[in-house]
Design a binder for this molecule. Sequence first.
Ligand SMILES: Cc1cc2nc3c(=O)[nH]c(=O)nc-3n(C[C@H](O)[C@H](O)[C@H](O)COP(=O)(O)O)c2cc1C
Length: 398
Amino acid sequence: MGIGERRAAARIGTVADARRLARRRVPGPVWDYLEGGAGAETTRRANIEAFEQVEFRPRVAASAGTPPPDLSTTVLGTEVSMPLLLSPVGFTRMMDPAGDVAAAGAAGAAGTIMTLSSMSGHTIADVGSAATGPAWFQLYFLGGRPGAEQLVDRAQRAGYRALVVTLDTPVPGNRERDLRHGLTPPLRLDRGTITKMFPRVLPHPRWLIDAARDRFQLDLVNSTTLELDGKTMTSAEALLHWLATPARWEDFTWLREQWDGPIVAKGVLTGDDARRAVDAGAGAVIVSNHGGRQLDSVAPTLAALVEVVAAVGDRVEVLMDGGVRRGADVVKAVALGARAAMAGRAWAYGLAAAGRPGVDRVLGFLREDIERTMRLTGAATVAEIDRSLVRIPGRWEG
Ligand SMILES: Cc1cc2nc3c(=O)[nH]c(=O)nc-3n(C[C@H](O)[C@H](O)[C@H](O)COP(=O)(O)O)c2cc1C
């Protein structure tokens, strides 16, 4: 953690600041991978705009001011210090060498849960031992079922508390920005690709020095270490098996035998699918459209949350991600029935802008904004953040 990173982090006061600094620090192709959505990016933008369409109906003069509001809650039985968790983000080691380790450390320090992506640049075991708080593991079937079995086993042994199964990625989304850079799915950013991009990398010397110090460790470590029939698969093989094995509801039965803990279904957008997830044994669902990176033109997640909560909110905990950029957004999601909100790009911007201190900073001011919003809306506890606090567009009611 260098002085440069701490200095950069000190300049971050909003997610928009982190986004601006991240864009400046990382090369264009890395930025476009982090920021981009699928197709016309309609859903990526809509996720953010949906929060702007929800109005608060504050309870004024309701709180005594002391003690300050209590932001703590529980998610799947785990205590968290605020209703904001970290969504899984792949390829973070190319945003900053500290990558997933930084995210795990920052989440632990903030008293919340980080979710490690299957597409991580640090191993499941390394992130597990670096974590100072609870962590979840997000599963893609890298290497097909045999590969998934090994990943699940590693996550279990490293102490991850829940298995998050991402369901919205039967094929990678049409990320036109990546295609423009010649990055075709399944995305691989390694030394060869970076060499080809060299002209775009040169104007970002700080990033280049950091990546060189990290010896360009850009491989997806989970896809290079899996075995099939006694032989180690290549990364390309593991990714091909993944694409040939999209997650299905039937897999939940199998996963329940492999995994001793809650299974969370990520990528649910309708009440019907939420019911299917619960019937299949999911302990929680994450209403998510992958940050607008998979199927474009689906509903913004905040709107889909209303339908999903109405369908299964009394049976399981419902989480949401997509477009969370402010503490007030977290309060809106909770008011609409989310147990907690999750953020992907917000923390990844902090990481790309300023490494671990950048993630600490983003989580710090999001917490401050949740607290301020609770005071302003008159909610003393997370339980008091209820539906009466918000007004939503009529068409969301279904
Ligand atoms: C750069 C990037 C990489 C991502 N990688 C994964 C991944 O490996 N697995 C996954 O389930 N979701 C992945 N997601 C989706 C996030 O978990 C989350 O659903 C999304 O970022 C939420 O939207 P937000 O970025 O507006 O917060 C990724 C998102 C981004 C931005």
